[in-house]
Design a protein. Structure first.
Length: 177
C-alpha cells in the first residue's frame, strides 16, 4: 500500500513518482502524484483508462501529451485532463527534468498498479539507474501487470489482444516449469 510522501524511483524508465495523496486520503476519489520525468523520457505505450480520467498539471518544464494520435505541448502552468476511454501517452521532449502533478480520478486500484510497476522496474533493472531495455522479458512483465488491472489500464498500442496473448504465453510458460 502506498503512503503519502513515498517515492517510487523508476529512474531506469525515466521517471520518479512521489505520492502526494493516497486513495485513502481522498476517500477513493483520486490518487495524486508528483512526477519527475527525466530528460527525453517517454511515457507508457498508448493506453486508455476505461473508468477513470487522468489530469496532468505542468509544474516545471514541458510535457507532450498524445491524445487520439495528436501531440499537444504543455508548458509550466498548463493543465490537461484526459477523459476515460481516450487513448493517450506522454513524453518529456526537453533536455531537462519535467515535473508534473498527476491525478487519476477515481483512485480505483491505481496505487496497486503503480506499486507493481515500481516493483517490476526495480526487479528488472537490478538496482541500476541507467535505461531499462524494453526487451521481451520486460514486455511480458508489463503485460502481466496490465492484465492484472484491466479496469485501470488497457493497452491500445500495442493492441490489447497482443498484451492478452503475451500474458497467456507467460502463464503457459510458468505452468511448464
Amino acid at each position: 500500500m502506498l503512503t503519502r510522501g513515498q517515492t517510487l524511483d523508476m529512474s531506469p524508465i525515466g521517471a520518479v513518482f512521489r505520492i502526494r495523496k493516497t486513495p485513502e486520503e481522498t476517500n477513493g476519489q483520486a490518487l495524486e502524484m508528483e512526477w519527475e520525468l527525466l530528460p527525453r523520457s517517454a511515457g507508457t505505450p498508448v493506453h486508455i483508462h476505461p473508468f477513470a480520467s487522468e489530469t496532468y498539471r505542468i509544474l516545471e518544464g514541458t510535457l507532450e501529451v498524445n491524445v487520439n494520435g495528436q501531440w499537444k505541448k504543455l508548458q509550466k502552468g498548463e493543465e490537461m485532463t484526459i477523459d476515460k476511454g481516450v487513448p493517450h501517452t506522454f513524453r518529456n521532449p526537453i533536455d531537462g527534468v519535467t515535473r508534473v502533478y498527476n491525478t487519476h480520478t477515481p483512485a480505483m486500484q491505481f496505487d496497486a498498479y503503480f506499486e507493481g510497476l515500481n516493483n517490476i522496474v526495480n526487479k528488472l533493472s537490478s538496482g541500476r539507474k541507467d535505461g531499462l531495455k524494453l526487451n521481451l522479458n520486460a514486455m511480458m512483465h508489463l503485460c502481466m501487470l496490465m492484465k492484472k488491472y484491466p479496469a485501470e489500464i488497457k493497452s491500445v498500442s500495442p493492441a490489447n489482444f497482443i498484451v492478452s496473448f503475451m500474458n497467456s504465453h507467460v502463464k503457459l510458460k510458468a505452468l511448464k516449469v
